[in-house]
Design a protein around this ligand. Structure first.
Ligand SMILES: [Zn+2]
Length: 270
């Protein structure tokens, strides 16, 4: 499976050739548009330009609108336990795109997420914000290390959440080799990893649409004094989603494919 980039190239280059026969300067127009698309596409989370990206649910019954919750960047001892309690109180199953290194450092929290019936996805091993600008080998290592760490905790993610939704042309083949799909989002509060939490629930409410994949963060704000505000905003977000008439369903149900399976333990060779 590929993104739209090859098809766009197949259109842009012949178009440039045809236009060049009319007026040579015109040939620059489709080529410039193609280059612009290549430069901008990595930063648009809903645009599958370089690789297939799932960023919303399948078309659903308008009378029964559904959304899915996803939490990035955890687990976090200051937030995850209270967040799990809130999800339990609302009877909601979410997907946690965890950082491999943090999951390995907090196996109890990872186990609690799974015990709550939630799913776990891959969000790289170290959460290096520049990873998409580094070598393909470095990117592959980040993804593989997280898969290995989560495998040791009993999980084989089938879904990968790019950091901040940013992609690049090398990501597709790396994910394909690891049996992963890219899952982004189309509803977020611009909370900058819980650095901007005031009115978070109001911002999510305004952007709710049927089939939304909602991005939230399972990480403590920089000032620990803001943790109670974060938890109350997360509770308010769940209440607001329910009050708006949306059913919160597991991400796998919303997108119609599994996002994780139990880790397969390789049999020992004699
Ligand atoms: Zn993240």
């Amino acid at each position: 499976m590929r993104g739209a980039a090859p098809a766009a190239g197949l259109v842009a280059f012949p178009a440039a050739g045809i236009l060049a026969t009319i007026q040579p300067q015109l040939a620059a127009v489709p080529l410039a548009l193609f280059v612009l698309a290549c430069a901008v596409a990595p930063f648009i989370p809903t645009l599958g330009f370089f690789l297939p990206i799932i960023s919303r649910g399948k078309r659903c019954d308008p009378g029964n609108p559904r959304v899915a919750l996803t939490f990035d960047d955890g687990p976090d001892p200051a937030v995850t336990p209270a967040l799990l309690q809130t999800l339990y109180a609302h009877g909601v199953k979410a997907t946690f795109f965890v950082i491999g290194k943090k999951a390995a450092a907090h196996p109890d929290l990872t186990a609690a997420i799974l015990a709550g019936g939630h799913a776990i996805g891959n969000h790289t091993h170290r959460h290096d914000p520049l990873i998409m600008f580094k070598s393909p080998a470095a990117l592959a290592r980040e993804i593989d290390d997280a898969q290995a760490a989560l495998g040791r905790l009993g999980v084989r993610p089938l879904a990968f959440r790019p950091l901040a939704g940013v992609t690049n042309p090398r990501l597709g083949p790396i994910l394909e080799r690891s049996g992963l799909i890219a899952v982004n989002f189309n509803c977020r509060a611009a909370d900058f990893g819980n650095r901007r939490i005031r009115h978070l629930s109001r911002r999510i409410s305004r952007r709710l649409r049927p089939g939304a994949i909602i991005l939230l963060h399972d990480v403590a704000p920089p000032d620990p004094a803001d943790i109670p505000l974060l938890l109350s905003e997360l509770r308010r977000t769940l209440c607001a989603i329910e009050a708006a008439g949306y059913a919160v369903v597991p991400l796998a149900d919303l997108i119609g494919r599994p996002v994780m399976v139990p880790a397969y333990i390789q049999p020992q060779r004699n």
